[in-house]
Design a protein around this ligand. Structure first.
Ligand code: PEP
Ligand code: MG
Length: 555
């Protein structure tokens, strides 16, 4: 057994076999299509093939093992014909104009999540069946027979040097039990994605990872950051026990569903979800999110060869708003740049992209991109409770210019008699020290603030969040960061505005009490952290004198 040590970025244990990430691999990828009808036809053909295969399997099993063993293939056939499942695939192809493989894997993910969350053990087991039939469909779409090889039966632990956000997003989540990277930093978007997806992940284990081979058995402990290659029996037994403990702890948290986010002394706070796209809406709902506090809309722009047009964006925003059934949805305008590079934006190569042409700076200098997104957002606003949020703000002028553009776009739409909601809130991210320091000047101009602690920490401490070698200096609990958040909260409230936190610090249980005492109104976290956070809030008593926090830099 070899033990590699890295950093756990999402707690959880996974046992499986190594599958090295191949950049030209066969994982299901999302791409947009010009002819959705052709994809619908492909889907129908694949479904027919899958049904034929299942019938053959049923007959073979009936002969070999009898009626009770064969029944599963009959159930799979029924699931393949299920109206809800089929509608979900068809709508995703139609609305998102995407390939059938992606639509099938999205439906598989959403439905398997719904089944896994059920109390009835029989229904719970159907989650695996949904994945199975979806896998069969994907294989049929690729022109292959859907009976999985032995290697596919194992849970895959995806290993790579590092994964770009777009690559992480493309992983077929149904087959990925965990991921491990040789490099990477805790605050990178890849780590954030692992948390959003709720997949155990360990990063920065070092190059020794490549001494292992595909198919080697591995245990990933996302709690401690340990990765055990070819584990011995003792470790295997201990980790299986830990896995069971974790499963029980997560099951216990289910009791918090439907409960308020209220402290023992009666202080309330909203707990919302961070999402990257339609895919995570199911997870947000299943984990009882009070709304969406951060929809990172730039993920719509990644992993494709051209801009998403207004109609495509409109359909996605509308679907999220409708799915959230009137709960608030904060959509952040695109935050491209820095680690989220997209070729067709034709951005110049920069020495220091984190401080370069990023986010609102692109929008303000390339108004055609900004206006297209704003048109899509404002059109969608009538389908729910929308709030639009702008990233990387540093000045009053930027906010005034944004407001002017929003008003112009709104008027253009009105002229064309296209309805927009008058209640759409406009807010900004507080993720630069400049924005926090002048938050007294910014608050009167907006409806809300949301603190992006990931960037606020990087810019306050002058520490690149992507750079693993400065990780030991990265201290998100640094007093400077906390004081900037407190200052922004004070200024927001002085002007009657609400303030949330949507950076990773929002889910840090060590700071929940601190944020509650600052009067933060909303915490927006990855869906899997909502119930643990509710647990933390409900066990906090603000009538107790504050616990003195350890000064992080004190010696
Ligand atoms: C942040 O900076 O904290 C934030 C939420 O934005 P992102 O992580 O997408 O940069
Ligand atoms: Mg940010």
């Amino acid at each position: 057994m070899i033990t590699l040590k890295g950093k756990g970025v999402y707690g959880g244990i996974a046992i499986g076999r190594i599958a090295f990430f191949r950049r030209r691999g066969v994982d299901v990828r999302r791409h947009t299509v010009s002819d959705p009808q052709a994809e619908l036809d492909r889907f129908m053909r694949a479904k027919k093939q899958a049904l034929r295969e299942l019938k053959e399997l049923y007959e073979k099993a009936l002969r070999d093992i009898g009626e009770s063993g064969a029944r599963i293939f009959e159930i799979h056939g029924m699931m393949l014909e299920d109206d809800d499942y089929n509608d979900s695939v068809v709508n995703t192809i139609r609305v998102e104009k995407v390939n059938a493989e992606y639509a099938v894997s999205t439906a598989a993910e959403n439905f398997s999540m719904v089944f896994s969350s059920m109390d009835d053990p029989y229904m719970k087991e159907r989650a695996a069946d949904i994945r199975d039939i979806s896998n069969r469909l994907v294989m049929a779409l690729a022109g292959k027979k859907g009976d999985r090889s032995e290697a596919d039966e194992k849970e895959r632990i995806v290993c790579a040097d590092d994964l770009a956000p777009s690559e992480t997003m493309q992983l077929d989540r149904d087959k990925v039990a965990a991921f491990v990277t040789a490099e990477g930093s805790v605050n990178s978007h890849t780590a954030i994605l692992a948390r959003t997806m709720g997949i155990p992940a360990v990063i920065a284990v070092g190059k020794e990872l490549f001494e292992a081979k595909d198919g080697v058995e591995v245990i990933v402990d996302g709690f401690t950051g340990n990765v055990y290659l070819s584990p011995d029996q003792k470790t295997m037994t201990a980790m299986r026990a830990r896995m069971e403990e974790d499963r029980k702890a997560k099951a216990l948290l289910q009791k918090y569903k439907g409960m308020d986010n209220v402290t023992l002394d009666g202080t309330r706070i909203d707990v919302f979800a961070n999402i990257q796209g339609l895919r995570e809406v199911g997870a947000a709902l299943l984990n009882d999110a009070g709304g969406i506090g951060l929809f990172r809309s730039e993920f719509l722009y990644l992993d494709r060869s051209d801009f998403p047009d207004e109609e495509e964006q409109f359909q996605v925003y509308k679907t999220v708003l409708q799915s959230m059934g009137g709960k608030k949805v904060v959509i952040r305008t695109l935050d491209i740049g820095a680690d989220k590079q997209v070729g067709y934006f034709n951005l110049e190569k920069e020495q220091n992209p984190a401080m370069g042409m990023r986010a609102i700076r692109i929008c303000l200098t390339r108004p055609e991109i900004f206006r297209t997104q704003l048109r899509a957002l404002l059109r969608a606003s009538v389908f729910g409770t929308l709030a639009i949020m702008f990233p990387m703000i540093t000045s009053v002028e930027e906010v005034l210019s944004i407001r002017e553009t929003v008003e112009e776009v709104r008027k253009e739409l009105e002229k064309k008699r296209i309805a927009t909601s008058p209640d759409t809130e406009l807010g900004i991210m507080i993720e630069t020290p400049a924005a926090a320091v002048i938050s007294d000047l910014l608050a009167p101009l907006v409806d809300f603030f949301s603190v992006g602690t990931n960037d606020l920490t990087q810019y306050t401490l002058a520490l690149d969040r992507q750079n693993q070698s400065v990780a030991p200096f990265f201290d998100p609990h640094h007093e400077a960061v906390l004081r900037l958040i407190a200052l922004a909260a004070e200024n927001a409230h002085r002007h009657g505005k609400w303030i949330g936190i949507c950076g990773e610090l929002g889910s840090d249980p060590e700071l929940t009490e601190t944020f509650l005492r600052m009067g933060i109104d909303e915490l927006s976290v990855s869906p899997a952290y909502i119930l643990p956070l509710r647990d933390q809030i409900r066990n906090t008593d603000l009538s107790d004198p504050p616990q003195k926090r350890k000064e992080p830099n004190a010696t």
